[in-house]
Write a protein that binds this ligand. Structure first.
Ligand SMILES: [Fe+2]
Length: 156
């Protein structure tokens, strides 16, 4: 049995469900990045405010790419806020004032969780010969590793 894109269908459900967790995490992250973008206060406002916008724009693109990958695997992407909140491993934050260190520390924690998850997605996809998904997850992992480095450098 193969999927439409010619993959062995064996691991497709498992891979698609890992991708759905990722899509759910990205929705929580997308909202959280806006929360920080809007509610950040302090001396780093201009630098971080702009950086946060760059990050949530990137997240929006990834959401679409990974949701469409789920469809290519012959499964359904999660598409409701209810499902995202029930599935995501990342937690939301309340709307309140944030200092730059709060923002950077919270993002470092989330990005490290995301990187750990993406490494697991790469292994899972490769185990099932799904090089396309593995490549997407590796590309994504590299972005988060770079952001982790940059945020750590910001903290000094
Ligand atoms: Fe804005």
């Amino acid at each position: 049995m193969t999927t439409n894109i010619g993959l062995d269908a064996g691991g497709k459900k498992e891979i698609a469900s890992a991708l759905n967790v990722y899509v759910a995490n990205l929705h929580v992250l997308y909202t959280k990045l806006h929360n920080f973008h809007w509610n950040l206060e302090g001396h780093s406002f201009f630098t971080l405010h702009a950086k946060l916008e760059e990050l949530y724009d990137g997240v929006a693109e990834s959401i679409d790419e990974f949701a469409e990958r789920v469809l290519m695997l012959g499964e359904r992407p999660l598409a409701s806020m209810k499902d995202y909140l029930a599935t995501a491993k990342l937690a939301e934050l309340p709307s309140k004032k944030f200092a730059s260190e709060d923002v950077v520390n919270a993002l470092l924690e989330d990005f490290r969780k995301i990187a750990e998850d993406l490494r697991a997605v790469v292994k899972l996809a490769q185990k099932h010969g799904d090089e396309g998904t593995a490549d997407m997850a590796i590309g994504e992992l590299q972005k988060y590793e770079k952001s982790i480095w940059m945020l750590s450098a910001y903290l000094g």
